[in-house]
Design a binder for this molecule. Structure first.
Ligand SMILES: Cc1cc2nc3c(=O)[nH]c(=O)nc-3n(C[C@H](O)[C@H](O)[C@H](O)COP(=O)(O)O)c2cc1C
Length: 400
């Protein structure tokens, strides 16, 4: 294992950034329960569409390892479906069950050998993007809180209490497997309009039992129970991240928490359930959480929860993910918003920064940023997304 952190630190201090941003603090270590990170750079979950029946190919392990060698300290897997037949809409995305465990273990091992750490992102598709006329969900039930893809668009069935118990048990089973194969933690996917987020958002949660209602304290109950059950399974030392977002693939303006007071209720439920880290998924890391607040959603989350926070969105790019999916190229340069990133980090808005598309484009992105080698960074191009961009475009077309 190669330790690049001290060299990067020295290089950062020595090199004058074009916009005089001091990024050195992003190369400081951080400890979260049993996890010891040498810097603050994370690669967030990003589907590549390379899996075969939920099994990751060797190519995925190599791809993760290359980013770990390039300085990413924490790699979060693409969203991996939990072990339940309703959890996944396509065979090309990952699944974590007994039959796929070995290959996911190969990913963990490759990342460790390259000096990084690995979280498995565990999720369930819910009713998102289920196209009744398409080839998704062949033969499996479509479950969601209220049988809605989005307000006014019914898809599948509202989950019964027995269904929810089975889904919760599937999260627990897959978390157990994640720990067993050597993952350093898990991330519970409760964002972007997928199952757990469909509980959080009033637009898709119309239940009148204890898991729904106008009060966010009720809507967070099932996702928090999932986190609690996973915590009971994995023990006290194993880190659990919870990823949430306001935006959905079906509605970019949606809001789960309409105010800081609602956000506080949501966070408290997750903290009580055992969350260690919040990964706050925003399209641009610097966006204000609400129109009357300069603080980002990550900043509010850190302030209200007191937990370490991962921020994300558009680092090194001029276009956000949604703009990429709609066909816009980034205009560069690579260091475009790094001064703003440094400023927000120094203002304690977040503890870790996730860098998605820039890491897809250049496996050495973190190392090059550390060394101030701006001109050597390979800029992200739409073509780097491969088939996944086409699918996302198609899927958001179906969802809109
Ligand atoms: C191709 C692609 C696939 C993605 N798949 C996932 C996923 O599986 N799970 C998830 O939580 N987010 C997913 N995302 C969102 C990213 O994790 C990230 O939040 C987003 O790309 C913004 O970061 P960036 O601006 O640095 O790219 C995906 C994004 C892209 C571009």
């Amino acid at each position: 294992m190669q330790d690049t952190a001290p060299a990067m630190n020295a290089a950062i201090q020595a090199s004058a950034h074009p916009s005089s941003a001091d990024l050195s603090a992003l190369f400081d270590p951080l400890r979260i329960r049993s996890l010891e990170l040498k810097n603050r750079f994370v690669m967030p979950g990003m589907q590549r569409g390379w899996c075969v029946d939920g099994h990751p190919p060797r190519r995925l392990a190599d791809y993760y390892a290359a980013r770990a060698r390039g300085g990413v300290q924490l790699t979060i897997s693409e969203c991996v479906a939990v072990d339940h037949p309703s959890a996944s809409r396509t065979r090309k995305y990952g699944r974590l069950a007994d039959d796929t465990a070995q290959e996911w273990g190969r990913c963990a091992e490759a990342i460790h050998r390259a000096g990084g750490h690995f979280f498995t992102q565990l999720g369930h598709d819910g009713a998102l993007l289920a196209a009744p006329d398409g080839d998704y969900f062949t033969g499996s039930p479509v479950l969601s809180p209220s049988g809605l893809m989005k307000p006014g668009t019914p898809v599948g069935n509202p989950a019964s209490l027995a269904d929810l118990d089975a889904v919760k048990a599937a999260f627990v089973r897959s978390a157990r497997i994640a720990k067993h194969i050597g993952a350093d933690g898990v991330e519970i996917h409760a964002c972007h309009g997928y199952l757990l987020d469909q509980f959080l958002w009033s637009g898709t949660n119309r239940r009148d039992d204890r898991y729904g209602g106008p009060d966010i304290a009720d809507r967070v109950r099932f996702p928090a129970e999932v986190v609690h059950a996973v915590r009971n399974e994995v023990g006290a030392d194993f880190p659990i991240s919870v990823r949430f977002s306001q935006w959905k693939l079906t509605d970019y303006e949606a809001q789960v928490a309409r105010s800081a007071a609602e956000l506080a209720v949501l966070l408290e439920a997750f903290v009580r359930a055992g969350a260690d880290v919040f990964h706050v998924s925003t399209r641009r890391f610097g966006d204000a959480a609400w129109p009357d607040s300069p603080l980002s959603l990550a900043g509010w989350t850190r302030k209200l929860s007191g937990k370490p926070v991962i921020a994300v969105g558009g680092v090194g790019l001029t276009v956000d993910m949604v703009e990429s999916f709609s066909g816009q190229e980034t205009q560069g340069p690579a260091e475009i918003n790094l001064p703003a990133l440094a400023h927000r980090f120094q203002s304690s808005e977040f503890d870790l920064i996730a860098v998605g598309r820039s890491n897809i484009a250049d496996p050495q992105w973190v190392a090059k940023v550390g060394a101030g080698e701006w001109d050597l960074i390979r800029q992200f191009k739409l073509a780097d997304l491969g088939d996944v961009a086409e699918e996302a475009r198609e899927a958001s077309g179906k969802a809109s």
